[in-house]
Design a protein around this ligand. Structure first.
Ligand code: PEP
Length: 248
């Protein structure tokens, strides 16, 4: 049995006030018994979140990390630093980082390794653009992104990774992949892992991301290969995020 994970990516949004509101709301919230929840705020809020989420089911995630531990890298944050603030998960290779900050598959691999080395769970984000989908190369693109990282890791490292399938055309657009479209790609990712290691393929947690909201979450999460969600916009609204968690 794979424990579902709902992760809320706040991107460059949110406030200290919202962190506290989440802590209060989730302290006594009714939630499924087996569910992992992560809130992924911008770096400056991690410390406040670390404190506000004590005694709640909320765990912490970060939105990226630098592959190095320390050094002359102005503006960067290392995995070792994130670990000090109780960070459990880190997003790696989110499409906004690939597109706006030129992160390549090699950068994504280096960051994944850095997260694993400090004991933070990487959430490896993969997904095709609309052009790639229309051109019929969805599976090639997604498996290239997955393979570039997973095929280079040791088996015990692969077991730690969570993969988020996020079609780029569905992120922040209000256009969600249909449950069938998401399931199709995600069963392909699991089958690809199965070629290396059947047991890992069964353990691997796969999240869907792309305009998931309180209305469409249940249907997406009911798909056999969708083990949770990476939620952007809807994760900033407490009621909606709570409702998505309840659907898991
Ligand atoms: C995301 O940023 O990972 C995401 C899925 O965003 P949204 O839910 O807003 O599409």
């Amino acid at each position: 049995m794979r424990t579902p994970l709902i992760a809320g990516n706040w991107k460059m949004n949110g406030s200290a006030e919202l962190i506290h509101a989440f802590g209060e709301r989730f302290r006594d919230a009714t939630l499924p018994a087996a569910l992992d929840i992560a809130v992924i705020p911008p770096f400056p809020y991690l410390h406040a979140a670390y404190q506000a989420f004590q005694g709640t089911p909320l765990t912490l995630g970060a939105q990226t990390l630098n592959p190095l531990n320390s050094g002359a890298h102005t503006g960067e944050v290392s995995g070792r630093m994130l670990k000090e603030f109780g960070v459990t998960y880190v997003l790696i290779g989110h499409s906004e980082r690939r597109q706006l900050y030129q992160e390549t598959d090699d950068h994504v691999y280096a960051r994944t390794l850095a997260a694993l080395n400090v004991g933070i769970v990487p959430i490896l984000c993969v997904g095709e653009t609309l052009e790639e989908r229309d051109g019929g190369s969805t599976m090639d693109v997604v498996l290239r992104q997955v393979g570039h990282v997973m095929a280079r890791l040791e088996p015990e490292q692969r077991e730690q990774v969570v993969i988020a399938y996020e079609p780029v055309w569905a992120i922040g657009t209000g256009r969600t992949a249909t449950p069938e479209q998401a399931q199709d790609v995600m069963s392909g990712i699991r089958a690809y892992q199965g070629e290396f290691d059947a047991q890992l393929a069964q353990q691997l947690r796969l999240l869907y991301g792309g305009s998931m909201n309180a209305k469409n979450a249940a249907e997406l999460l009911a798909q056999p290969d969708i083990d949770g969600g990476l939620v952007g916009g809807a994760s900033l609204k407490i009621d909606d995020f709570h409702a998505i968690c309840q659907s898991a």
